[in-house]
Design a protein around this ligand. Structure first.
Ligand code: GDP
Length: 410
């Protein structure tokens, strides 16, 4: 099926209904494998549980985890217009890791809020994070409207509080929809219980989201993932992050600043003349001797200068603070570079959005700040606003995720 695919991340406070909504979307779009619902109902009965949609999603997740395939840790469904992949985001760290593993970077987010409980800490933090990570398209789903007897007033009260918070970020929601994930109201079709709501149901709102496909007109950036020796030739495997790459093109390998030429492009084993942004390909270069994972290939006459220092916005999620001049690892696409923070400025609390003006010596748990980073080896990056994939990174210490950042090197 040659339909476009949209990656959607579902976020929100614990227990506000993320799993239930995923289950509902799979169920109502008939995306569950044959007989799966009955099988899980039986399992639930044995365990003495009600067949809740959240239980269904947990079961599916467990099965997928047992298969141990990265590809299948996500749920997917299809409408007449598009395919959707739902990115699971149980918590902060998982959310960031899943978002930054490239393939599953979200095109849009559904922020789910319990209409009964209203906005909570995690609602705010997740909203802050999606803003930081540059997800522009956000649908607000005010869930559990059944508990509020589908009353318009409840919806309006929560919506008003939410609108104010979103204005401060700022995020302009694409739609704000009253739903009941449990009862299936306003999910696939307009709810008869909430006739006062004149907007689209969730699925229709998703289908109306414009997808950004502008990356092709940006300059070429190709990120090297691996190098394989196939018989006589070396194949450089990676992703065209932006722009196009073609046979015979003169290119620059970064950060080596070494010129070479594209001899051959392979997609799924077949030779091609050209490849586009978003495609994973193999290329053979005239000279690939010094090439390795983490290198970036750009056009010979249009390439980013490798950086030894850059400005960023960092969001810190570790209990152990980020301190000036303490080394850590920055991962940006397939690059890994040791860095230190030189300057931390204007920290902001991600749940209250309160800013403490001025310089500080450390960045604490759930704070974000402007940070100047110095790298030990040259890093190839772009301003996040220019080419987002080359402008976002994670920070690790001892293999543990500590924070996430975007490059703002104007
Ligand atoms: P998550 O932690 O955000 O994934 O939340 P879950 O999907 O696990 O839901 C938490 C609880 O809220 C479960 O008991 C659900 O059955 C319940 N729940 C979810 N959506 C609705 C809804 O629309 N209405 C009602 N009444 N309960 C819901």
């Amino acid at each position: 099926m040659d339909q476009p695919t949209a990656n959607i991340v579902i976020i929100g406070h614990l227990d506000h209904g993320k799993s239930t909504l995923i289950g509902r979307l799979l169920l109502d779009t008939h995306s569950l494998p044959n007989g799966k619902l009955r099988e899980i109902r039986d399992a639930a009965r044995e365990l003495g549980k009600k067949t809740e949609l959240a239980f269904l999603v947990d079961q599916l997740k467990e099965e997928r985890q047992q298969e141990r395939s990265i590809e299948t840790t996500q749920a997917s469904f299809r409408t007449a217009k598009r395919n959707y992949v739902l990115i699971d985001a149980p918590g902060h760290a998982e959310f960031i890791t899943n978002m930054l593993t490239g393939a599953s970077m979200a095109d849009a987010a559904i922020l789910i809020i319990d209409a009964y409980e209203g906005i909570k800490e995690q609602t705010r933090r997740h909203a802050y994070l999606i803003k930081l990570l540059g997800i522009q398209k956000v649908i607000m789903a005010l869930n559990k409207m059944d508990l509020a007897k589908y009353q318009r007033r409840r919806f309006e009260v929560i919506k008003a509080g939410l609108t104010k918070f979103l204005q401060d970020l700022p995020i302009a929601p694409f739609a704000t929809i009253p739903i009941s994930a449990k009862e299936g109201e306003n999910i696939c079709r307009s709810s008869l219980r909430m006739k006062w709501y004149k907007g689209p149901p969730l699925l229709q709102a998703l289908n109306r989201l414009p997808l950004d496909r502008k990356k092709q007109i940006k300059p070429l950036r190709f990120c090297v993932q691996d190098i394989y020796q196939l018989e006589k030739e070396k194949v450089v495997v990676g992703k065209v992050v932006s722009g196009t790459i073609q046979n015979g093109q003169h290119v620059m390998v970064l950060p080596l600043l070494k010129k070479t030429k594209v001899n051959l492009i392979k997609i799924y084993g077949a030779d091609k003349k050209r490849a586009y942004a978003g495609e994973n390909i193999g290329i053979c270069l005239q000279d690939s001797k010094a090439l390795r994972r983490g290198h970036i290939i750009a056009a010979e006459n249009n390439f980013p200068v490798p950086l030894y220092s850059f400005k960023s916005n960092v969001f810190w999620i570790s209990k152990e603070p980020l301190r000036i001049n303490q080394p850590f690892l920055v991962r940006l696409m397939t690059q890994e570079v040791e860095c230190v923070a030189e300057k931390i400025e204007n920290p902001i609390d991600s749940s209250t959005l309160k800013i403490t003006k001025g310089r500080t010596s450390e960045l604490k748990f759930n704070q974000a700040a402007k940070v100047i980073l110095n790298t030990k080896r040259p890093l190839v990056a772009e301003n996040f606003s220019f080419i987002d994939e080359l402008g976002r990174f994670v920070i690790e210490r001892e293999n543990r995720l500590q924070g996430v950042g975007i490059v703002n090197n104007v």
